[in-house]
Design a protein around this ligand. Structure first.
Ligand code: KIV
Ligand code: ZN
Length: 392
């Protein structure tokens, strides 16, 4: 098979990094439902869990391996034989299994998490990859806290794990620390200085502590990463992970010469499913999937949008499965927006009638937050409620 150098592999970790959020734990049937939806979305890899962490997580990896056929199913481990043995067992039914093993790469983690040395950690990393490779061909290695790791040590570690058999090397900005240019430079350095880097795919795994997860992931892809890791709705530890819907739509909107296999029209549905199952509502102004992402409410924007939607729309709502764009009526809306809605309801007012209706509308909108179609109908059918009315 010829490898397409511009293809970006999408690695979803909603069911592992996303599910680590307190209160977001799912049952196995719920995870299977999400995994099926991820398969329909077209993700390349589903990280189904951390099997050693609990019997429930183990069972979920087993069942997801049975339930999906197209995506690779991945199980997380620490760099030790016990974790890897359990992960191997959990993946026994997977058509395309992957083990994701790794260890801390920053001096902070080496000293204060492992109480160890760079040499010893390097050895453990290599041993884990070699051990996992005995059972599974596809091995992803993560260099935890790579965002804060010494770049020369990181390069040494990546070279050693590729030589040991890693097929994918994950460079996590575990603490969401990097700036986009720093993260991009890190990926470029590895691409240019690790001798055997062409034998593995570099993966970007970013966290959102400074609100930079998406920007950092894009910087990683622009500098040579060809796998991106993230979650639906950006859920995840602390401030969350990279939002997959954001990265994918950036690649679709901007011509960076990169593409994915994602069916973007499925985003809205899966976003709502994840939000409801994980009891984690999507913020209204969330890019791509928030309820206001395609809602136009100020008079100036509504006017421009109604003249030509591309004045205020860089993504078509239908491209991400949104029912449609909406013109929301508030006290900041203009006549044009009111006319649009009255026309939609079958009331075609002339200019003088619209002036009256608009005056009444502003009084109403100042007193009521959410205006619905019934409110608008009252504006054109009642003389008593909102002052002078226009009867068609
Ligand atoms: O953020 C991180 O470093 C991780 C690894 C376990 C891949 O989630
Ligand atoms: Zn993570």
């Amino acid at each position: 098979m010829i490898h397409d150098p511009n293809r970006v592999y999408v690695f979803d970790t909603t069911l592992r990094d996303g599910e680590q959020v307190p209160g977001c734990q799912l049952t196995t049937p719920e995870k299977i439902e999400i995994a099926r939806e991820l398969e329909a979305l077209g993700v390349d890899i589903i990280e189904a869990g951390f099997p050693i962490s609990s019997p429930g997580d183990f069972q979920s990896v087993v069942e997801i391996s049975r339930a999906v056929r197209n995506p690779t199913v991945c199980a997380l481990t620490r760099a030790n034989k016990g974790d890897i043995d359990v992960a191997v067992e959990s993946l026994q039914y997977a058509k395309h299994p992957r083990i994701h093993t790794g260890i801390g790469a920053s001096d902070m983690h080496i000293k204060h998490k492992f109480n160890s040395t760079r040499e010893e950690i390097l050895e453990r990393a290599v041993d884990a990859v070699k051990y996992a490779k005995r059972f599974v061909e596809d091995i992803e290695f993560y260099a935890e806290d790579a965002g804060r790791a010494d770049i020369n040590y990181l390069a040494q570690m990546i070279e050693a794990v590729i030589a040991a058999g890693a097929t994918v090397v994950n460079i996590p900005d575990t603490n969401g620390y990097c700036l986009p240019n720093q993260y991009g430079d890190k990926i470029r350095f590895l691409k240019e200085n690790v001798q055997n880097i062409d034998k593995a795919i570099i993966s970007a795994h970013c966290h959102n502590d400074l609100g930079l997860a998406t920007a950092n992931s894009i910087a990683g892809l622009q500098n040579g990463a060809r796998q991106v890791e993230g979650t639906i709705n950006g859920i995840g530890e602390r401030a969350g992970n990279t939002s997959l819907e954001e990265v994918v739509m950036i690649l679709k909107t901007h011509n960076l010469g990169l593409h994915t296999n994602i069916n973007t029209r499925n985003f809205y549905e899966i976003s709502r499913m994840v939000a409801s199952q994980m009891r984690m509502p999507v913020q209204a102004n969330k890019a791509i999937v928030g309820s206001n992402a395609f809602a136009h409410s100020s008079g100036i924007h509504q006017d421009g949008f109604l003249k030509n939607r591309e004045n205020y729309e860089i993504i078509k709502p239908e491209d991400v499965g949104f029912p449609n764009a909406s013109i929301v009526l508030t006290a900041r809306s203009g006549r044009h927006a009111l006319k649009y809605h009255l026309d939609r309801l079958g009331h075609h007012l002339d200019r003088a009638e619209l002036d009256v209706a608009y005056k009444n509308f502003l009084t109403l909108a100042d007193n009521k937050l959410n205006l619905n179609d019934d409110d608008l109908l009252l504006l054109v059918t009642s003389d008593s409620l909102y002052g002078q009315s226009v009867q068609k």
